[in-house]
Every structure is written in structure tokens, then in C-alpha cells.
Design a protein around this ligand. Structure first.
Ligand code: NAD
Length: 290
């Protein structure tokens, strides 16, 4: 079997076309969508993501500003910068890039972020709404992965679904999103670094989501024939030619057994950026009372 491959750029293009229409309407109304990205220290793996955000915002007509703080910035100064963005009326959305330098508390930063500008749904208030099913936007990577899976498996009722990774930015929100329906959810298993036998779980997955940050973690002998495999990993790795390239968490040979597979690069990554922009426009759109 040879898997159908996702064209992430095509699906992202569809989402962005609608974002552009909505962003133009906001601009015409005199209150444009305006995203502020806050980053402390080296961007690391976020570097590509940041570059793509900036480019996509320019194309969609969303204003974008980058606040790059030095890695020696104190926690107090980082919090002050965040509060300044909270108070800035022109800023309609804020993305706080992770990881932060070790001396800055991620928890304090998340708590300080204005939930009304939280485009990644990472504040305790918004994460709580996700748990309770009372949300309008969700973390962009988890939403993007789910959007891809729904295209292939519109009805997930009772399917065996396995997620590798339980981070607060990807794995946990994805599990919550998959469990939203009272009657039509898949059965969700979340694996992580302490999972004893990864293959035991992955081999029974109809739907397999991988977000571990480990290149080649999932090999083809770990995948059920015909399964839908969504690779969320984005890792920088040196190739045999010594050049650095982006690879996922899933060995590309998995495409030989899977029914559907998302390549890296060009899979979930571009869709994540599109969903982030869609979230930005949603938060910038004035709500009608009631
Ligand atoms: P993280 O380091 O916060 O979490 C990693 C998770 O994987 C943890 O739950 C950990 O327990 C688990 N894990 C690590 N090694 C494992 C192993 N050997 N076996 C089983 N589980 C293991 O990472 P994150 O922020 O969730 O990101 C995960 C990956 O997704 C990274 O490659 C990251 O670059 C990528 N990512 C992609 C996007 C996107 O837009 N597609 C967005 C965010 C993150």
C-alpha cells in the first residue's frame, strides 16, 4: 500500500483565502487584526514558524509585530513587556513563543496574558474553556492536526486514536478536541516519554498523531496498514551532506503502509500558521452581544 499524501500548502491556502476576506473586512472597518509575537532568547525551532507567521500575515492583510527580548531579559521585564502588549489597544492578538529561557516562569507568563488576546488558547482561563467545551478558538497546532484528520476521517466515532506527546501546546489540547463529542468521539490513548511499549499502542491506531520532537520515532513496522498518520513533529536535523534540514517525528517510509500520511515539511506546519491567522482574525472580530 502507498499512502495518500497531504498537500499542506493547498489546505492552508483554502483557510488563508477566507482569512484574507475577513481580515480585509476588519481593515475596512478601521480596526485591523494585529498580531504581536513575543519571544525571549533564541527562536530555536520557532524560527521557521516565526518567519512563516510574518509572511502569512503580510499576505493576509494582518498587521504583525515582533518583540524579540534578549535571552538575559529578567522575568519582571518580560512580564512588563507582555502587560504593555495587553494594554495596547491596537494589538488584537498575542502569541507567546515557547520555550522561554529557564529563568522565566512559563506559568506566570501564561497567567499574565490577556485571555481576550490569547490566540493560542494557552491561558488557564482559555484552556479551562477547552476542557469544558466552551471555546471559540483552540491551540493552532492541535486544531490544524484535527482539521487534517477530519478531512480523511469525517466520522471518528469509536475509532482507535493514539497521540504520541502530551505537551500543553499540542498533545493535551488535541486529546481534548478529539473528546469534545458526547457520542461521536474516537477512543483516545495518549502516549508519552514514560509509555512502556509504544508500538503496542501505535499498532492498533486507526488514527495516529505524533508530536514528540524525536526524528524517526515512528517506523513503518509500528503502524497499522491503512492507518491515518499525522506527523506534527518539526525537527532540524543534519543530513548526510552535512546540510541542515527539517524532518518530522515519523519515518517517511511509513507512507508504504499507511493509508494517509502528512509529510514534513509541507504537511501540518503550513496549516498551523493558517489556523493561527484564523484565530487572530476571530479574536479581532467584535462580538455581537448575547
Ligand atoms: P514537548 O517537548 O513539549 O513535548 C514532547 C512530548 O513528547 C512529551 O509529551 C514527551 O513525553 C513526548 N515524548 C518525547 N520523547 C518521546 C518518546 N521517545 N516516546 C514517547 N513520547 C515521547 O514538545 P512539543 O512542543 O509538544 O512539540 C512536539 C513536536 O511538535 C516538536 O517536533 C515540535 O517542533 C513540533 N511542533 C510542531 C508544530 C507545527 O506547527 N506542526 C507546532 C508545535 C510543535
Amino acid at each position: 500500500m502507498s499512502a495518500v499524501l497531504l498537500d499542506g500548502h493547498a489546505l492552508a491556502g483554502e483557510i488563508l483565502a477566507k482569512v484574507k476576506v475577513d481580515a480585509t473586512a476588519l481593515r475596512d472597518s478601521g480596526r485591523p487584526a494585529h498580531l504581536a509575537a513575543l519571544i525571549a532568547g533564541h527562536a530555536g525551532a520557532s524560527e521557521v514558524y516565526l518567519r512563516n507567521q510574518k509572511k502569512a500575515c503580510a499576505e493576509a492583510g494582518i498587521e504583525f509585530e515582533l518583540h524579540q527580548l534578549p535571552d538575559v531579559v529578567t522575568e519582571a521585564d518580560a512580564l512588563a513587556e507582555l502587560r504593555k502588549l495587553n494594554a495596547d489597544a491596537k494589538v488584537t492578538g498575542i502569541i507567546l513563543h515557547q520555550p522561554l529561557p529557564a529563568h522565566i516562569s512559563e506559568r506566570l507568563m501564561r497567567e499574565a496574558l490577556d485571555p481576550a488576546k490569547d490566540v493560542e488558547s494557552m491561558t488557564p482561563a482559555n484552556f479551562g474553556r477547552l476542557v469544558m467545551g466552551q471555546f471559540s478558538i483552540a491551540p493552532s497546532t492541535a486544531s490544524a492536526a484535527l482539521e487534517v484528520a477530519r478531512r480523511v476521517r469525517p466520522d471518528m466515532t469509536g475509532l482507535e486514536c493514539v497521540i504520541i506527546g502530551h505537551s500543553e501546546i499540542v498533545g493535551k489540547p488535541l486529546a481534548l478536541l478529539l473528546l469534545q463529542s458526547a457520542r461521536h468521539s474516537p477512543t483516545v490513548t495518549t502516549c508519552h516519554i514514560a509509555t512502556r511499549d509504544l508500538a503496542f499502542h501505535t499498532l492498533r491506531a486507526d488514527l495516529l498523531f505524533v508530536a514528540a520532537g524525536v526524528p524517526g520515532l515512528v517506523r513503518k513496522e509500528m503502524v497499522k496498514p491503512g492507518a491515518t498518520v499525522i506527523d506534527i513533529g518539526i525537527n532540524r536535523q543534519k543530513g548526510p551532506d552535512g546540510k541542515s534540514r527539517i524532518v518530522g517525528d515519523v519515518d517517511p517510509a511509513v507512507a508504504e503502509v499507511a493509508g494517509y500520511f502528512t509529510p514534513v515539511p509541507g504537511g501540518v506546519g503550513p496549516i498551523t500558521v493558517a489556523v493561527l491567522l484564523r484565530n487572530t482574525v476571530a479574536l479581532a472580530t467584535p462580538r455581537t452581544p448575547g
